[in-house]
Design a protein. Structure first.
Lengths: 286, 277
C-alpha cells in the first residue's frame, strides 16, 4: 500500500475527445497526441504545432491567413456576406439563433474568412475555413464568398488558395447548400479555363460536400499531417460496412499513398511550399 | 394526378418506391435504340450507373443515370443505386463522348447517395464527384438533368450540372436524407418526417428556391402503399416526359455554344440566399 502516491493532476482546459482548439486561457496546453505540456507562447511561435511530436492543433481562419500572407497583411473581403435563414429552419434551436451564437462564440462573421494580399510577392486571393463556426459547414454565404474570391482572382489574374476545414454542406440551408458545391465548381471551371492557379490545402477535418467539390479541385492539393480527409465521415462508413476502419484510414498520409494528394506539408513549411508552387504557376510579368 | 396535399415525407416514400420507373425503364420507354456502354477505362464498370447512346424522336443523345434494383439480387448488383468513383468516371467518359460527337446529354438522377465505403474512399469518391461538377460546367453540348426519384446529395449532383434541371412531381432532391438529418440534428432518426418537411426537398419547394426549372407531372394514378403490387408501367408515369424533353432540346439547340456555357454558368452562379450585399 503506497501512502505517498498521488494521481498526477490533470492540466485543465484539455479533455480527451474534445475538439483540439487551443484555449486562450492559461499558460500551458497539453498536446492531445503526446500529452506533453506545451508552453502556450512556444506553441504560438510554432504555428500551433506541437514541438515534441509534430501534432497539428486546429488553427483559426484569421490566424491561417496571417501565416499565409507576406508580413501577415491582407485586406479582408466580403465580410458583409453572412448567413441568412432561407428555409426558416429549426432543429434543437432556430438556425437564426445558431448563426448568431456561432458569430459570438467564434468572433467570425461566417465559416470562411477571405482576403487578398501578397504571398511571396504574388497576387493571391485566399480563403480559410474555421471549424468553430457551425462545424465549418458550407451554406449559401460560404459559397458566395468563395465564388466572389474566384471571380476577383479572374479579374486581376491572381491565384486562389483555399484552406478547407469543414464537416461539409450545411444542413440548415437544405438543397441551397448542396448547390454551393455546384456554384463553386462552375466558377472553378472558368478559373481553370483562364489558366489561373488554384491551390487547395486540406486541414483537419475536411469531409463531405467540401471535399467533394472545390477541395479536391486544386491544381495542386496539399494536406496537413494526419488531417482527416474524406467524402463520407468515418462513422457513416462504419455504420454502412459494419466493421471497424483500419488505423490511419482517411488521414492525409493515406490519401497521399492512394494518389489523392500531391503532398503532405508541415504547417511550419506551408508558406515556403506555397510560394514555391506559385513561382511555377504565376506568370513572370506579374 | 393530384398529389398537392401530400406531405414532404410521403413524397420521399414515393420517390423511393420500387415501382417507380428507374433509369433503364426510361431509356427503354421514352427513348429508342438504347445501346449501353460500360466501364470507366481506369478500374471497373459500376452497375449503379448506366450510360449509353439512345434516340428520342430520331435525335441522337447520350443518356446517363443512376440505376437501382427492384428485387434483392438486382439491388445488390446495382449497390442500391449508390455509385462508386468508377461510376462517376464512366458517366463523365460518356459525357465527353457526347461532346466529341456534338450530341446532347440527358441525365437521370436517382440515388440515395454516393457509396460510403472503404474502397470508394480509397479510389477517390470525393475527387470523382468534384471533377464531374467542374467538367460538366464546360461541356460544349446541351445538357438536361432530370431528377427522376431520389436526389441524394453530392452523389446525385455529380451528374446534375446542366442547362436545364427538371424534376418529377414526386421526386426529391436534398443535401442529406431526412433520416440522416433527423439523426444528426434532432438526435433521433425517427423524426425523419419532420426533417423531410424542414429540408424543403420537394419539387415545388425547389422550384420556389430557383434550384430547378420545371416540374414534370406524373400521369399514372397509383395508390401509394409499401407493398403495392400494382402493375408498374413506366409508359404511363413518364408519358409527359418525352414532350418536355423534346421542347427543351429544341430550345437549347438554338443557342450558340458560347451562350450555352455562359447561361449555364449564370444559372448556377445565382444559386443561394444570403444576407448582406
Amino acid at each position: 500500500m503506497s501512502w505517498f502516491r498521488r494521481d498526477k493532476p490533470k492540466i485543465e482546459g484539455q479533455k480527451d475527445g474534445e475538439d483540439q482548439t487551443v484555449r486562450t486561457e492559461g499558460i500551458f496546453v497539453k498536446c492531445s497526441e503526446c500529452d506533453t505540456a506545451l508552453y502556450k507562447r512556444e506553441l504560438r511561435e510554432s504555428n500551433q504545432v506541437c514541438i515534441h511530436c509534430g501534432h497539428h492543433f486546429r488553427l483559426g481562419a484569421r490566424e491561417r491567413l496571417e501565416l499565409l500572407f507576406d508580413e501577415g497583411a491582407y485586406e479582408p473581403l466580403d465580410e458583409e456576406v453572412t448567413s441568412d435563414d432561407p428555409l426558416d429552419f429549426v432543429d434543437s434551436k432556430p438556425y437564426k439563433q445558431r448563426i448568431k451564437e456561432a458569430q459570438e462564440k467564434s468572433g467570425l462573421p461566417e465559416a470562411i474568412i477571405s482576403g487578398k494580399g501578397l504571398v511571396g510577392g504574388h497576387k493571391v486571393y485566399a480563403g480559410a475555413m474555421d471549424m468553430s463556426f457551425i462545424g465549418g459547414s458550407m451554406g449559401s454565404a460560404v459559397g458566395e464568398k468563395i465564388t466572389r474570391l474566384i471571380e476577383r482572382a479572374m479579374k486581376t489574374d491572381g491565384a486562389v488558395i483555399i484552406f478547407s476545414a469543414s464537416g461539409g454542406a450545411r444542413m440548415q440551408e437544405g438543397t441551397l447548400s448542396l448547390m454551393q458545391m455546384a456554384k463553386i465548381s462552375v466558377a472553378l471551371a472558368r478559373l481553370h479555363d483562364a489558366g489561373l492557379p488554384f491551390i487547395s490545402v486540406l486541414t483537419d477535418p475536411t469531409t463531405g460536400g467540401v471535399t467533394a467539390s472545390f477541395a479536391m479541385l486544386g491544381d495542386v492539393i496539399i494536406g496537413e499531417p494526419k488531417a482527416l480527409i474524406g467524402f463520407a465521415g468515418p462513422r457513416v462508413i462504419e455504420q454502412t460496412i459494419r466493421q471497424k476502419l483500419p488505423k490511419g484510414f482517411q488521414r492525409s498520409e493515406f490519401l497521399l499513398e492512394h494518389g489523392m494528394l500531391d503532398m503532405v506539408v508541415d504547417r511550419r513549411e506551408m508558406k515556403d511550399t506555397i510560394v514555391r508552387l506559385l513561382d511555377f504557376m504565376m506568370k513572370k510579368d506579374d | 394526378m393530384d398529389t398537392s396535399n401530400e406531405s414532404a415525407f410521403e413524397r420521399v416514400q414515393r420517390a423511393r418506391h420500387p415501382q417507380r420507373p428507374y433509369a433503364l425503364d426510361i431509356f427503354e420507354h421514352v427513348f429508342t435504340d438504347f445501346k449501353e456502354l460500360h466501364g470507366d477505362r481506369r478500374f471497373a464498370d459500376d452497375p449503379a450507373i448506366v450510360a449509353g447512346f439512345a434516340r428520342i424522336d430520331g435525335t441522337e443523345v447520350a443518356v446517363i443515370g443512376q440505376q437501382k434494383g427492384r428485387d434483392t439480387n438486382q439491388r445488390r448488383h446495382r449497390n442500391f443505386g449508390m455509385p462508386k468513383p468508377e461510376g462517376y468516371r464512366k458517366a463523365l467518359r460518356i459525357m465527353k463522348l457526347a461532346e466529341k460527337f456534338s450530341r446532347p446529354i440527358i441525365t437521370f438522377v436517382d440515388t440515395p447517395g454516393a457509396y460510403p465505403g472503404i474502397d470508394a474512399e480509397e479510389r477517390g469518391q470525393a475527387e470523382a464527384i468534384a471533377y464531374n461538377l467542374r467538367e460538366m460546367a464546360h461541356l460544349r453540348v446541351p445538357t438536361i438533368i432530370v431528377v427522376l426519384g431520389e436526389g441524394g446529395s453530392g452523389g446525385a449532383l455529380a451528374i446534375g450540372i446542366g442547362d436545364r434541371v427538371l424534376m418529377f412531381e414526386n421526386a426529391v432532391y436534398s443535401v442529406i436524407s431526412p433520416e440522416g438529418c433527423a439523426a444528426i440534428l434532432f438526435k433521433d432518426a425517427t423524426r425523419a418526417e419532420k426533417a423531410a418537411n424542414s429540408l424543403k426537398l420537394t419539387a415545388s419547394d425547389l422550384q420556389a428556391l430557383s434550384i430547378i426549372d420545371e416540374i414534370v407531372p406524373e400521369t399514372q394514378e397509383w395508390e401509394f402503399s409499401e407493398d403495392s403490387a400494382e402493375e408498374f408501367s413506366a409508359n404511363k408515369v413518364t408519358a409527359g416526359l418525352k414532350a418536355v424533353l423534346l421542347r427543351h432540346l429544341r430550345e437549347l439547340g438554338k443557342i450558340t455554344k458560347e451562350d450555352l456555357l455562359e447561361k449555364r454558368f449564370e444559372k448556377f452562379r445565382a444559386m443561394g440566399k444570403w444576407a448582406g450585399a
